[in-house]
Design a protein. Sequence first.
Length: 394
Amino acid sequence: MTAAAAALREKGVDVFALSQGEPDFDTPEAICNAGIAAIRNGKTRYTPVAGIKPLRNAIKEKFLRDNGLEYDIDQITVGCGAKQVVFNALFASLDPGDEVIIPTPCWVSYPDMVQLAGGAPVLVACHEHFGFRLKPTDLESAITPRTKWLMLNSPNNPTGAVYSKADLAALAAVLRRHDHVHILADDIYEKLVYDVPFVTMAEAAPDLIHRTLTVNGVSKSSAMTGWRLGYGAGPMDLIKAMNTIQGQTSSHTSSISQYAAIEAIGGTQDYIGEFVSGFRKRRDLVVEKINETQGLKCRTPDGAFYVFVDCAGVIGKITPQGTMIQTDTDFALYLLEQFGVAVVPGSGFMASPYIRISYAASIEDLEHACGRILAACEALSESENIYEQSKATA
C-alpha cells in the first residue's frame, strides 16, 4: 500500500500515507553524532558477526536495567534489524514440519519466515473481545508434539495490544507443561506504551528464560529504522547457531550503525518520553475520529503506533463508482484510489475485516486523512441508499 501510495504521488495525486510502520521523528542528534564520530574515527571495517563487544555490553546492561534479565555477552547477538534476528532463530532451529504458533493478528512477515525456514505456521486467532491477546486455553489447544516455537509480539503490530504480567504468567503456566516449546518474544515496540507497564516473557516467568529468545532493536524506540539494527538474547546454543547462519549470509550489520546504537541503548533516552507523548496525542485523535465514522470502530491501543479498525460496517456497501465493498482489501483500495488515504488491509495481518492505520504522521496530516476516511464512508452510505432506491424502483 505504501508503494501504491508513492506511485500515485509520482503522478501528482495528493495522498496521505497511513500505511508505513516507522516513526516520523528524526533520529536523535546524539545518536547521529555517534555515527558520524564512528565514520571520522575509522570505525568502518568488518566487525565480529555477533556484533562489537561494546555494543553487546550495552545491550547486556539494557536487559538488566530495563527487564531484570541477566545474560552473558555471548548470549547476545546483533543483526540487521530485529527482522533478521527472528529469521536467524527460525532458520537455525526449525526442521521440516516443525510447527510455530503465531497468534493473529500478527506482523505480516511471521508466517512467511516460518515457511521459508521449512516450518509450518499455526495461526491462532486472538479475538477483539479478549483485547487481541492469546488466551491460555487457545494456546493449550494449539500445542502438538511438533510445536517448536510460540511467537509473542507485545506491544503488537498491528493491534497495539500489550500483554500484562498476569497475561504472560497465565501463558507461562501452559508452557511449563510443554517443555519442548520455545518462546520468541518480539519486544521491538517495548518503549512505546501508554499508561501500562511493559513486561517481557522471561521477566514474567524467569524459569522459562532458558528456552526464551528475547528480541528487540532500536528502530522504533530511537527512530532508527534505516540504520537496520536489532538484537536478541537467549540460550547459548541457539545464539551460536544463529551466529553461524548470519556468518554465511549478511555477516554483520553496519559498523556505523553499531557504534550509533551504543549511544541509543546506553545513552540518554529523554527523547523517548517526547515520542510517547506525541504518539499518545495522535492515537487519541485517530481513535476519536474513527469511532465517529459510520461503519468503523476501534479499540484504544495500549502500545505501538497503530490503530486496528473494525470495518465490518462497510462490507457489502456500494461505492459511488457502483462497485461493492466485499473485503477489507476492497475498502483499503477504495480509500486509496478514490480518497487518497493509504492504509493496510487486515487480511495482510491474518485478520479480517479490519484495516490498520499508522498514526506515525503529523497531527495535521492525521486530521486531514481522518476527514477523508469520514467522507469516504459517508459516500458509501449515500451510494447504498441510491442503490436500494434503484432496486425498489426497478
